[in-house]
Design a protein around this ligand. Structure first.
Ligand SMILES: NC(=O)c1ccc[n+]([C@@H]2O[C@H](COP(=O)([O-])OP(=O)(O)OC[C@H]3O[C@@H](n4cnc5c(N)ncnc54)[C@H](OP(=O)(O)O)[C@@H]3O)[C@@H](O)[C@H]2O)c1
Length: 294
C-alpha cells in the first residue's frame, strides 16, 4: 500500500484519514493544532510528523484538507513546508475547497519542487466523510489520476476525473453555488412559513417530501429543526469563503451570478451577527432573530 501523508485533521480531514488507515495505507499525520494529530494517530496506529516537510518526506502522496488557500500556503511554504519535503515525483492532492485560482497559483510551485499538484475537492458532509461516501471532483493529468485512484477510492464512492489540474475546483464551485442557494432558500422558506403560523417540523417534513428534496435537505434536518443542540458540520465562515471564490471566478470568466451575490451578502449579515462558527443552516436562526426584532 502506498504511503500517504494527511495534513488537516478538522471535521472532514479526521474521518477521511481514518478511512485511509482502514484501507491499509501507511499514514503520516500533521495538523497545526498538534494535539488533534496525536490523538488521532493513537487511535489509528498512524505516525505523527512534527512539520509538514517531515510529513511530505515520508510519503509518495500528500493530501491536504485545510480551511482555505491561506491555510494551504501555511503548510506548503517555508523551510518546514510541504514544498521543502516533497519527494521527486511526489503528488500533492488538495482536497479542501481552495478554488481554481489558488490551485493555478500553487501548481507551478509544486512542479518546481519536483512534484505534481492535483485538486480533488469533495462534495458531501461529515457523515459522507465518515462513511467513505464522498463525491470527489478531480483535476489531474491522466497518469497521475490513475496513480491516485486506489487512494481516492477509500475516501469516496464517486470519483470524477474532470480534466487537468484546476478542473475539479471549477466543478466544486459550481456544485457549491447551488448548495448555498438551496440552503439559504430553505432558511428563508422555513422562517417564512413559521412566522405565518405553521409548525417548524411539519414545514420541514413537507420540504423533505416535496420537489425540492435533495440529499442536503435530508442530512441537514436536525441542523434546521434543532439548531441549539446540533453541532456545526460546516461553518458559515467556510460558506462565505466559498461564495467569495464563486463570485471571484464569475468575475474572471465574465458571468453574472446575482443569486451567489445575494447569498454572500446574507452569510455576511449572519456572520456579523456573531454566527460565523455556527452551521450554514443557522442562517435560519439569523432570520428568525431578525424577524423577532421587528
Ligand atoms: N465540513 C464540510 O461539510 C465540508 C464539506 C465539503 C468540503 N469542505 C471543505 O473542506 C475543507 C475543510 O473543512 P472542515 O469542515 O474540515 O474545516 P475545519 O473543521 O474548520 O478544519 C480546518 C482544518 O484546517 C486547518 N487550518 C486552518 N487554518 C490553518 C492555517 N492557517 N494553517 C494551517 N492549518 C490551518 C485546521 O487546523 P487546526 O485544527 O489547527 O485549527 C484544520 O485542520 C474546507 O475547505 C471546506 O470548505 C467541508
Amino acid at each position: 500500500m502506498v504511503a500517504v501523508a494527511f495534513l488537516g485533521l478538522g471535521r472532514m480531514g479526521a474521518p477521511m484519514a481514518a478511512n485511509l488507515a482502514r484501507a491499509g495505507h501507511d499514514l503520516v499525520l500533521y495538523n497545526r493544532t498538534a494535539a488533534k494529530a496525536a490523538a488521532l494517530a493513537e487511535r489509528l496506529g498512524a505516525v505523527v510528523a512534527p512539520t509538514p516537510r517531515e510529513a511530505a518526506r515520508q510519503a509518495e502522496i500528500v493530501i491536504t484538507m485545510l480551511a482555505d488557500e491561506d491555510a494551504l500556503l501555511g503548510v506548503c511554504d517555508g523551510a518546514n513546508g510541504v514544498l521543502a519535503g516533497l519527494r521527486p515525483g511526489g503528488v500533492l492532492v488538495d482536497m479542501g475547497t481552495t478554488g481554481p485560482e489558488g490551485i493555478e497559483r500553487l501548481a507551478p510551485r509544486v512542479a518546481a519542487a519536483g512534484g505534481t499538484l492535483v485538486d480533488a475537492p469533495v462534495s458531501g458532509s461529515t457523515a459522507a466523510a465518515e462513511a467513505g461516501g464522498l463525491t470527489i471532483l478531480v483535476g489531474a493529468p491522466e497518469g497521475t489520476f490513475r496513480r491516485l485512484e486506489p487512494v481516492l477510492g477509500a475516501l469516496g464512492d464517486r470519483v470524477f476525473h474532470l480534466g487537468d489540474t484546476g478542473a475539479g475546483s471549477v466543478m466544486k464551485l459550481a456544485v457549491n453555488n447551488i448548495i448555498y442557494a438551496l440552503g439559504n432558500a430553505l432558511s428563508e422558506s422555513l422562517v417564512l412559513a413559521e412566522r405565518a403560523g405553521l409548525e417548524r417540523d411539519v414545514v420541514y417534513e413537507v420540504f423533505e417530501h416535496s420537489a425540492i428534496s435533495a440529499p442536503m435537505v435530508r442530512y441537514r434536518r436536525e441542523a434546521f429543526l434543532a439548531p441549539d443542540r446540533t453541532p456545526a458540520a460546516f461553518a458559515m465562515t467556510l460558506a462565505r469563503k466559498d461564495l467569495e471564490l464563486i463570485t471571484g471566478l464569475a468575475a474572471t470568466v465574465g458571468v453574472d451570478v446575482e443569486q451567489a451575490e445575494a447569498n454572500l451578502s446574507l452569510y455576511g449579515k449572519a456572520i456579523d451577527a456573531g454566527l460565523g462558527a455556527r452551521d450554514m443552516a443557522d442562517v435560519a436562526v439569523y432570520l428568525r432573530r431578525a424577524a423577532d426584532a421587528t
